[in-house]
Write a protein that binds this ligand. Structure first.
Ligand code: GLU
Length: 428
């Protein structure tokens, strides 16, 4: 999450500017793409369980819709800022473009801490968010989805409010819905599994076998848990995971050199990905305060929490053994840290490629919803695998041909596609 010295939007713009230069984009296209097309800021009055009202700050930012309706999640987080939402909306544009799905980029957020809200208060908040933007979002305009601390239940409340306002059934308004209520099988697993589809391909490139590798993971939310699940199925071993300790207000890491047991850990984890320290210790895990997940002697690092995790301050604590970083989170690596990783020759799978599985499965949810015919889970996941793998291989090809790091290569593909859509529409 953005700290005082770090602004996610400035980082997203700096990444874009670098590629705009590389591509020789004209000034109007640069102006168009380095800022969001539209943004909505609103106050959300919510009736609390004790009868009082509290007013929350909410946002929806639509970065670009040249390739299709805006697409992107809604985050509930106490440190949410409009600049974080702006950055995330921009990254959504590149994410949809790099996997070549016909969608643009948007993002939403509410400044709130769901740890301190009852389910009813969260429902009221979801409905208030939809009332604030009901005329500016929708199946053909901008389609929300889950993100940090929002789930399929939140999506269903939002859908219900949208349908009440518009007087009809509009399952295409939102993705990440519960299965049986217009949701797709595999959507919950999609982001984490997608991260591992890209890891699998990167390991081939690095001539490594998954079963010979160790990994360390930041975060234990939805993305991290399913990434660990599939990575272990491939034969890999996760020796360390971290999470945010809500009570102590600090990061905490859990280590087992022989490999952590995913199912054991899931049983002692709350719905926000918070692992119980005491119970973890009683299971024999080493409990280490702080961000030591980053310093482990492993081959693969998977930052799967929030932005601003690998910075100039801590990048040099990364072990020389690390060969691969797969960014499950959005914006986990700051540009100066990225530079150090490049110098060291670490293979980085950039966020908007590595974690594109979620939105790609959202697209598959839209397709199934439009047909009103839903596939088996295996079918969804195999389509997801094909799309993620082919996006990865496209980026790898550019990386080889143009001798660019994977991040710049992914940007080249995505920005070119979006710029072309803007030109072809006659916008710039
Ligand atoms: N919130 C997810 C992301 O950052 C998924 C977005 C979507 O499914 O629209 O990619």
């Amino acid at each position: 999450m953005a700290s005082k010295s770090f602004n996610a939007f400035a980082m997203a713009q700096a990444q874009f500017d670098k590629v705009a230069e590389l591509l020789g984009l004209d000034p109007a296209t640069r102006d168009m793409l380095r800022n969001p097309m539209r943004e909505y800021h609103f106050s959300l009055p919510v009736r609390m369980d004790d009868g009082s009202f509290r007013v929350f700050r909410g946002y929806r930012v639509q970065h670009n819709d040249a390739r299709g309706p805006g697409k992107g999640g809604i985050r509930f987080h106490p440190q949410e800022t409009v600049d974080t939402v702006r950055a995330l909306s921009m990254w959504m544009t590149w994410k949809c473009a790099v996997v070549n799905i016909p969608l643009g980029g948007s993002k939403g957020g509410v400044v709130c801490d769901p740890h301190h809200l009852s389910m009813r208060e969260q429902e009221n908040l979801c409905r208030a968010w939809v009332r604030a933007v009901a005329r500016d979002v929708g199946p053909v305009l901008d389609v929300p989805a889950p993100d940090v601390m929002t789930s399929s239940q939140h999506m269903l409340w939002m859908l219900d409010e949208f349908e009440r306002i518009h007087g009809g059934k509009y399952p295409g308004f939102i993705t990440g819905k519960p299965v049986g209520m217009g949701g797709s099988l595999g959507r919950t697993e999609a982001t984490g599994y997608g991260v591992v589809f890209t890891i699998r391909e990167a390991l081939k490139e690095l001539n490594l076998r998954a079963q010979d590798t160790l990994a360390s993971v930041q975060g234990f939310g939805n993305v991290a848990q399913y990434a660990i699940e599939l990575y272990r199925q491939l034969g890999g071993t996760v020796v360390c995971v971290s999470c945010w300790d809500q009570e102590a207000q600090e990061a905490v890491s859990f280590r087992n050199q022989k490999g952590i047991e995913l199912d054991q850990l899931r049983k002692i984890t709350d719905r926000f990905g918070g692992i119980d320290r005491k119970k973890a210790a009683s299971l024999g895990l080493e409990v280490l305060p702080g961000d030591v997940w980053l310093e482990q002697e492993v081959d693969i690092l998977i930052p799967a929490a929030l932005e601003n995790s690998i910075t100039a301050d801590n990048v040099n604590t990364i072990s020389r053994r690390v060969k691969l970083i797969a960014e499950g989170a959005n914006g986990p690596t700051t540009p100066d840290a990225d530079h150090v990783l490049k110098e060291r020759g670490v293979f980085v799978i950039p966020d908007f490629l590595a974690n594109a599985g979620g939105v790609t499965c959202s697209y598959l949810e839209q397709v199934q919803s439009n047909m009103n015919y839903f596939w088996e889970k295996d079918e969804v996941l195999s389509k997801l695998d094909v799309m993620m793998t082919s996006a990865f291989l496209d980026v790898l090809k550019v990386s080889r041909n143009r001798k660019l790091p994977m991040r710049d290569s992914a940007y080249v593909i995505a920005v070119e596609r979006v710029a072309r859509a803007c030109h072809d529409r006659g916008w710039v």
